[in-house]
Design a protein around this ligand. Structure first.
Ligand SMILES: CC(C)(COP(=O)(O)OP(=O)(O)OC[C@H]1O[C@@H](n2cnc3c(N)ncnc32)[C@H](O)[C@@H]1OP(=O)(O)O)[C@@H](O)C(=O)NCCC(=O)NCCS
Length: 147
């Protein structure tokens, strides 16, 4: 496995970061949203780059006072199961610690088992369910981790 370098997302990273979503045929964020978010002091986005400086994953959180929400975490389909999401999460845990963030929250589709396993492995606990949250048909599971 390549060396993976984690860095703050810059404007020039946005297009390639969005390709990680396309690799799974999902659409979570748009270019315009990312452009605004990375300038916002209440948001923190990271990218993971491999040896060839290719973006293989990204993560984004929003935070207010001592609470943060994970907005999105995606690893390019060709690079999954190599610990990249784990590295991204660990960087967020460090950032949270340094910024007195006490609680991390997120929501995930009921059908998204890989993501649920990832979060559970890293100490997130399911606290509730939002019925029919996605497109009025799929439940969202809400997870929380106290830091
Ligand atoms: C979920 C996702 C981010 C995981 O990324 P990843 O880099 O493959 O994750 P890691 O290699 O760090 O895996 C860490 C743990 O997650 C779990 N996991 C990851 N992929 C899994 C899979 N396909 N099936 C079951 N568990 C899985 C495992 O517990 C794994 O630990 P292990 O390797 O010891 O078994 C990636 O599959 C992805 O981008 N999916 C599409 C986007 C998405 O659903 N994002 C989350 C919702 S916003």
């Amino acid at each position: 496995m390549d060396n993976i370098l984690i860095s703050k997302m810059q404007d020039e990273d946005i297009d390639e970061a969005l390709l990680t979503e396309q690799s799974h045929n999902i659409h979570i964020l748009s270019k315009n949203i990312l452009k605004e978010d990375i300038k916002n002091k209440n948001y923190y986005y990271l990218v993971a780059k491999n040896n060839q400086k290719k973006i293989v994953g990204y993560i984004g959180i929003s935070y207010v006072l001592d609470e943060a929400d994970i907005i999105s975490i995606v690893v390019h389909k060709d690079y999954t199961k190599n610990g990249i999401a784990t590295l991204l999460l660990q960087e967020i845990f460090k950032f949270a610690k340094d910024n007195n963030i006490q609680k991390l929250m997120l929501e995930v589709r009921n059908s998204n088992i890989p993501a649920q396993k990832l979060y559970e492995k890293h100490g997130f606990k399911q606290i509730t369910i939002r019925k029919n949250y996605y497109d009025n048909s799929e439940d969202a599971l809400i997870y929380e981790k106290e830091l």
